[in-house]
Design a protein around this ligand. Structure first.
Ligand code: AP5
Length: 216
């Protein structure tokens, strides 16, 4: 499958993307995960991205497109990709459209995860993430706890709270989403690719998406 997951911070994009990878070998491509790995590694990209991420602002489009143009041409993307957190602005969506055409590919679906604000706020303050940059498994103290001593059930690394899951950064991320990313809902509606899902159950969301892809 080749799909885009749209949704506010905490809507469950990462959680759903990881579940979808179990279906047909499609890979999760999360710009947030790529950027967090770069920050942790202290690479040039990480140094450029760090401040924006901590403040809850978007990393500049040019930097994101540089990453994505090469990432989407890596061999593991041949079976399909689940874009989690990208595109996030109209210029990114336009650049992706051009790239997909150049690569002679077709997007199957754009899924808008429409979750109430009070639910996303609760999820973000209770989220925990595996600190291993190659794992970044997502946990939640309420709905999906790590081990009793705070370790990742997959790789054993320590599970931590993300640097941008502070109250201040969350407020900014939600404002950034409303201003810069929410307009993509209309953009993809006009492209005839949009499917909005209002369920808060990840399993139900995954079933809805796989059924929609099979029906194509
Ligand atoms: P990114 O990592 O993409 O963060 P985000 O969009 O804010 O989304 P989140 O990862 O916070 O939430 P999610 O929707 O994936 O929810 P999750 O599954 O974790 O981006 C971080 C930063 O990087 C940005 O602020 C920006 O600076 C930069 N960046 C990234 N991409 C960029 C781009 N394209 N352009 C420019 N800058 C970019 O779930 C949240 C919690 O809820 C978890 O605890 C989970 O366990 C729980 N949960 C999920 N689903 C359920 C459920 N159904 N029931 C109960 N709990 C659930």
């Amino acid at each position: 499958m080749r799909i885009i997951l749209l949704g506010a911070p905490g809507a469950g994009k990462g959680t759903v993307a990881k579940l979808l990878t179990e279906f047909d070998g499609s890979v999760q491509v999360s710009t947030g995960d790529i950027l967090r790995s770069a920050v942790k590694a202290g690479s040039e990209l990480g140094k450029k991205a760090k401040g924006y991420m901590e403040r809850g602002e978007l990393v500049p489009d040019g930097l994101i497109m540089e990453i994505m143009e090469s990432r989407l041409q890596e061999p593991d993307c041949k079976k399909g990709f689940i874009l989690d957190g990208f595109p996030r602005t109209i210029p990114q969506a336009e650049a992706l459209k051009k790239l997909v055409q150049e690569l002679k590919l077709k997007l199957d679906l754009v899924v808008n995860l429409d979750v109430p604000k009070e639910v996303v706020l609760d999820r973000l303050t209770t989220r925990r993430t595996c600190s291993n940059p190659d794992c970044q498994e997502i946990y939640n103290v309420k709905s999906k706890p790590p081990t009793a001593d705070g370790k990742c059930k997959k790789c054993g690394w320590k599970v931590v709270q993300r640097d941008d899951d502070t109250e201040e950064a969350i407020t900014q991320r939600l404002a950034t989403y409303n201003e810069k990313t929410a307009p993509l809902i209309d953009y993809y509606k006009k492209e005839g690719l949009l499917k909005t899902i209002t369920s808060t159950s990840s399993q139900e969301i995954v079933s809805n998406i796989t059924a929609a892809i099979k029906g194509k």
